[in-house]
Write a protein of this length. Structure first.
Length: 446
């Protein structure tokens, strides 16, 4: 009997009691290799001593001070650290408690910015199908996952959705990646023009699509083209790096790898590495200047903005990443993971696509490799892979609805940056067994 309102009301998950390095341990003593960092969160794994020490020290010094009365040294230091390492032109960090809150704040910043500069007619957002930006109403509205949106549709603001950058499914026969980019940029341009570009606030996109589409790495030149289309009409570019940012792709910000600077960037998961709930919006100076020279404040706020213990955890996580050169390690281990995935699955009859960057990988499952036909959604292959993985001591982050919110299955891998080569072997070994068990390829199903 549980009184916790769990995610699923017919299943109570195992009780987690400890975490050490890349492993989580449950109350029955089972050990799980965390190949997904939960939901791409635990970038330093579990129980990192430096982060724990920083949190303990902060709790002993000061656990909480409301931001309408005080700032704190730790929030100031974290903001300095982030601005120093953020995309060029970033001047401020707005600290919240997670990814959805970061997106909500970014949407409101975009709106207030245009009100401040005398363009109050701008009131529409454009985003992408198959994107995920969070579950609060604003974030769900910009998100493009049909299944997640369906029952809440009547509550959502009207957002226009364009195609994702999803070459495995959408690159046409004979089309070059360059022509594909042009087609997507033209679609965005046409969407802005149909809405009236002077009425559009921002285009919102995950730099590398994560949870709902299974790690969609942009085709080279895609974001440069997007940036140009936005600039043509003075429309802001909001990049959501809640999942793909803070080193996950091998650069601190995935947009660095695309050679673009967004107007606002949201970060969360890898910022605090799961040690504390924290997210942030990083804003370009001109956005902050508009508010500073206008009303003088951002009309927003939450009780836990800039929570000192969360800031202490995030600062410690980011310092460890810098001190230990973990971005280089993400690139190196990422290449090793890619090699193992393609060695094991390149010819697998039910693996259609392996895609990713750094330590952020998606494996798209198909019923038929040649036609790319997905499994029947009723088979819930993704859920079976997850269960089969857990039974083998492996945490992965599979999801269904990869293609259109209903059809398609993928598995997301996002191991901690501290993962060793031997762990990568175990991940691929157990994943392979779990996939075969889920699709019944002669391995005992769990
Ligand atoms: N944005 C992206 C890209 C995400 O992947 C997520 C969560 O998975 C969110 C926003 C929402 O973050 P949170 O669950 O912390 O509210």
């Amino acid at each position: 009997m549980t009184h916790v309102f769990h995610r699923h009301l017919h299943q109570t998950p195992p009780v987690a009691v400890a975490g050490r390095g890349v492993h989580l341990i449950d109350a029955a003593g089972n050990e799980y290799l965390d190949a997904c960092g939960g939901a791409a969160v635990s970038c330093l794994g579990h129980g990192h001593p430096d982060v724990l020490a920083a949190m303990h020290a902060q709790v002993d010094r000061l656990a909480y001070a409301h931001t309408s009365f005080f700032t704190t040294e730790v929030a100031e230091t974290l903001a300095d650290h982030l601005v120093r390492t953020a995309p060029a032109g970033t001047s401020h960090a707005y600290f919240v408690s997670g990814g959805s809150e970061a997106i909500e704040a970014a949407l409101k910043m975009a709106r207030q910015y245009f009100v401040e500069i005398g363009q109050p007619q701008r009131a529409r957002f454009v985003a992408r199908r198959q994107s995920y930006h969070g579950n609060t109403l604003g974030a769900l509205a910009v998100g493009g996952n049909a299944w997640r949106r369906a029952q809440f549709g009547p509550l959502l603001i009207d957002v226009e959705h364009v195609s994702p950058c999803y070459p495995y499914r959408d690159l046409r026969a004979g089309e070059t990646p360059r022509a594909y980019v042009t087609r997507l940029a033209d679609e965005l341009d046409a969407t802005f023009r149909a809405l009236g570009p002077e009425r559009v606030l921002a285009f919102v996109a995950e730099t590398v699509g994560g949870a709902t589409a299974g790690v969609l790495v942009p085709v080279p030149g895609y974001f440069k083209a997007v940036r140009e289309v936005c600039d043509r009409y003075g429309i802001l570019l909001i990049l959501d790096e809640v999942m793909c940012g803070m080193g996950r792709t091998g650069a601190l910000y995935a947009c660095e790898q695309e050679g673009v600077v967004p107007d606002l960037v949201t970060i969360a998961k890898g910022l605090g590495g799961g040690f504390q709930p924290i997210g942030a919006v990083l804003a370009q100076r001109r956005i902050v200047d508009a508010m500073s020279q206008g009303s003088g404040f951002f009309q927003h706020g939450h009780t836990y903005l800039g929570h000192p213990v969360a800031c202490a955890a995030a600062l410690a996580v980011q310092r460890v990443i810098e001190r230990d050169g973990l971005l280089a390690r993400v690139r190196e281990r990422g290449a090793a993971l890619e090699r193992r995935l393609s060695d094991r699955f390149a010819e697998h009859p039910h693996v259609g696509d392996i895609r990713g960057r750094g330590l952020f990988w998606g494996v798209e499952l198909v019923r038929d490799r040649a036609t790319k036909a997905p499994f029947d959604p009723a088979q819930r292959i993704h859920a079976r892979v997850k269960a089969a993985g857990m039974a083998r001591g492996l945490m992965t982050y599979p999801m269904g609805g990869t293609i259109d919110g209903r059809q398609g299955d993928h598995i997301l891998l996002a191991p901690p940056f501290i993962v060793e080569e031997a762990h990568l072997d175990a991940i691929v070994e157990r994943l392979s067994d779990a996939i075969d068990a889920a699709v019944d390829l002669g391995v005992a199903t769990v």
